[in-house]
Design a binder for this molecule. Structure first.
Ligand code: MG
Length: 376
């Protein structure tokens, strides 16, 4: 598979923070991918909530299956655009490593708790996991990933955090947030693949949960268009198969749309290297029509699913669990494992400890520390 000029080439990687000899059979990005798959944080993703709590049903997406779906979509688009599939896979598999238990509710609660201690941002935490928190190598903390993988993992970053990163690592992964340039095309692709993946699988999980219905989705153009097309071909189709076929067609259409729209942008800008592509402005994108349809679907999911009273009810409990865990550990750090207790930055140690928890471990710890049982 030949890479395009604008793809990230592992042979010209900007390298790792700690120099390492090259691997005999694998490229630098393949190595990154392998390190991520073998990490502790990656295994925990299987017990972390995407939208529905992990224990609510065995068929709902978890952060792990979500990450695998993002990797699949991103790789498939990368191959068509001659981008680096290994890099895309590494970034996609790592993109949610910093997520707290209980999805966005957990992250919001932890950010509130950390308000006076520098805050909590899940993208920054994903970077912390691979840079600092994984303990697998004798000579350094973290996984020592290449610049390009770390750049892709840090997809958003507040200015103050970017300044802090820049102070430790001048010209590193914080820089682009200060001079407002784009990350590699592979990183841009993972970002969009994330969105395509959750829009589609949240429809599926939402309908399975009974919180949204196919009838409601018929008001959403992006879905309805492919439901109607499916019925033209298979007039008798209904239920689950109709839902899956409509989602499948919707996913394919979005993939082809990204490939077409991105090719147009690339032909216009003609970047001659990965670095030129970074400076060209956002290039991996939907066409205008698809962007509008995707935004309408997102709006629907936000209001009808993520803010469904039942989801909000559970998430309110989840926030309370995180808040009470935080207060309990801060008041008595010895309740944490010894290596967290030993740290001098107690609030950040508590935040790292909680962020690493799976849903069920957090619920169990909460029960142990407060004697009260939440979240089933
Ligand atoms: Mg994601």
């Amino acid at each position: 598979m030949t890479l395009a000029l604008y793809a990230c080439d592992p042979a010209s990687s900007r390298g790792r923070r700690h120099a390492e000899a090259p691997a005999p059979t694998r490229t630098e990005f393949q190595r990154d991918r392998d390190r991520i798959v073998h990490s502790t944080a990656f295994r925990r993703l299987v017990y972390k909530t995407q939208v529905f709590l992990n224990h609510e049903g065995d068929l709902f997406r978890t952060r792990l299956t979500h990450s695998l779906e993002v990797a699949q979509l991103a790789r498939s688009i990368a191959r068509s655009l001659q981008l680096n599939e290994d890099l895309v896979e590494a970034v996609a598999l790592a993109h949610d490593l910093g997520h707290t238990p209980f999805g966005h509710a957990g992250q919001d609660a932890l950010n509130d708790c950390m308000g006076e201690y520098g805050g909590f941002e899940h993208n920054l935490q994903s970077l912390r996991v691979v840079d600092e928190l994984e303990e697998r190598y004798p000579a350094f903390n973290g996984l020592n990933l290449s610049f390009e993988t770390r750049e892709g993992i840090l997809k958003h970053c507040a200015r103050k955090h970017a300044q802090a990163l820049e102070a430790i690592e001048p010209g590193g992964v914080g820089r682009r947030f200060l001079n407002r340039t784009q990350p590699s095309l592979e990183a841009q692709l993972c970002n969009l693949a994330d969105e395509i993946a959750y829009n589609a699988h949240d429809i599926d999980d939402g309908v399975r949960s009974g919180l949204i219905t196919i009838e409601q989705l018929q008001g959403i153009e992006l879905f309805e268009q492919y439901r109607v097309a499916t019925l033209v071909e298979f007039p008798a189709l209904q239920g689950r198969r109709l839902l899956y076929e409509s989602i499948r067609r919707m996913l394919s259409a979005q993939v082809y749309d990204v490939i077409d729209a991105t090719r147009i942008g690339l032909e216009h800008e003609k970047p001659q290297s990965a670095q030129e592509a970074r400076l060209a402005g956002p290039l991996v994108c939907f066409g205008e029509a698809m962007r509008a349809k995707s935004a309408a679907l997102k709006h629907f999911l936000l209001h009808k699913l993520y803010r469904h009273p039942q989801v909000l009810g559970t998430m309110g409990q989840a926030k309370l669990v995180v808040r009470e865990l935080f207060d309990a550990y801060l008041a008595d750090p010895a309740q944490m494992p010894a290596d967290f207790t030993a740290r001098s930055d107690t609030a950040r140690a508590v935040s790292d400890y909680i962020a690493g928890m799976t849903d069920r471990f957090a619920a169990r710890e909460h029960e142990r520390l407060t004697g009260r049982q939440f979240l089933g």
